[in-house]
Design a protein around this ligand. Structure first.
Ligand SMILES: Nc1ncnc2c1ncn2[C@@H]1O[C@H](COP(=O)(O)OP(=O)(O)OP(=O)(O)O)[C@@H](O)[C@H]1O
Length: 311
């Protein structure tokens, strides 16, 4: 379990995080989202004891977090990337980082982590010759090799190619399947939509929303209904109490109407249509993309692109 409670952080007079609370339970993959400068990295740094909150508290697996806290041995962390020693090999760097845990080499999930890193023979070459993507994969290997109960990863897909992104997604899903609590920040919303079970959206350091991804994607009160006669369906639904709008997005393609009716059950819509002689193939809740949901939430509260300028 990851527990952020009323976390606040200022840099000078400027607040970076303000009263932020959320939890990530075992088995959840939670995406921490927000525009540039929203406070995601600052939040993650507080969650793993790399910086002390000005107010509020962070707990991991029920234990309070501070720099060097024993519970952090159970956390795989990717924030800013560790400083690799360039003239040492990939393996030697992993051993060096592992030695800080004072546990015997090899770490429990070394083979899986190396599989994901996919560095092959390059793992025994000096890190100074690694490409950016290779370094990122080594960073991931160090976070994952300890078979952590908690993963906190700041933009882990940076510098990875599509196959590597997919391998990372599979690996995180496996970790969550084994009851790890996973917190991942990202700007890749299409990727997040495939990966996350939950989302925390922040903006200007504050919480905008937190909850299951499916709830965020549900377009409140909207249904998509497939019918055999669009014109007749529009006429029936327009006359129905509780229906606030009806549209046929693409009449040429035929078949589908989008109905907004927050207080009406889909079964009532179907019954009204069928009673009027309109054939109904399916009726389902409308969803929107994570990108649409994210932009609607963050642009509604933004004062423009000041975050980017300030960053
Ligand atoms: N060490 C620091 N000193 C001063 N200001 C900082 C420091 N770290 C972050 N900030 C400021 O705090 C705010 C939040 O930054 P943070 O890096 O947490 O945001 P972020 O959401 O991770 O952004 P990005 O998506 O660009 O990585 C920004 O205004 C940033 O400029």
């Amino acid at each position: 379990m990851i527990d952020a409670h009323e976390l606040s952080k200022r840099y000078g007079r400027r607040p970076a995080v303000e009263g932020l609370s959320f939890t990530v339970a075992p088995g959840q993959i939670c995406a921490l989202l927000g525009p540039n400068g929203a406070g995601k990295t600052s939040t993650m740094r507080m969650l793993v004891g790399l910086s002390a909150p000005d107010a509020g508290s962070a707990r991991i697996l029920g234990e309070p977090v501070c720099l060097g806290a024993a519970v952090l041995r159970r956390v795989g962390v990717l924030i800013d990337g560790p400083a690799f020693v360039p003239h040492l090999t990939g393996t030697a760097n992993l051993r060096l980082l592992w030695s800080a845990t004072r546990r015997a080499w090899p770490p429990p999930a070394l083979d899986d982590a190396l599989d994901l890193a996919g560095l092959g023979a390059a793992i025994d070459r000096k890190v100074k010759g690694y490409s950016m993507g290779m370094r990122q994969r080594l960073v991931l290997a160090q976070a994952l090799m300890r078979a952590p109960d908690v993963l906190i990863l700041d933009e882990p897909a940076n510098g990875l190619d599509p196959a590597e992104v997919r391998a990372l997604r599979d690996h995180l899903a496996t970790a969550a399947g084994q009851r790890a609590a996973v917190l991942v920040s990202s700007h890749q919303l299409a990727e997040v939509q495939q990966l996350a079970t939950h989302v925390v959206v922040m903006h200007h350091g504050r919480l905008v929303t937190a909850g299951p991804l499916a709830d965020l994607l549900r377009d409140a009160g909207a249904f998509r209904v497939e019918v055999d006669d669009t014109a007749a369906a529009l006429a029936v639904l327009r006359g129905m109490p509780g229906v606030t709008s009806v549209a046929a997005p693409d009449p040429a393609a035929g078949g589908e109407v989008v109905v907004t009716a927050p207080d009406v059950q889909s079964s009532d819509l179907v019954q009204a249509l069928v009673t009027a002689g309109v054939g109904v193939t399916s009726a389902r809740r409308a969803t929107r993309s994570l990108e649409d949901a994210f932009l609607a939430m963050t642009q509604a509260t933004t004062g423009g692109r000041d975050d980017r300028a300030a960053h």
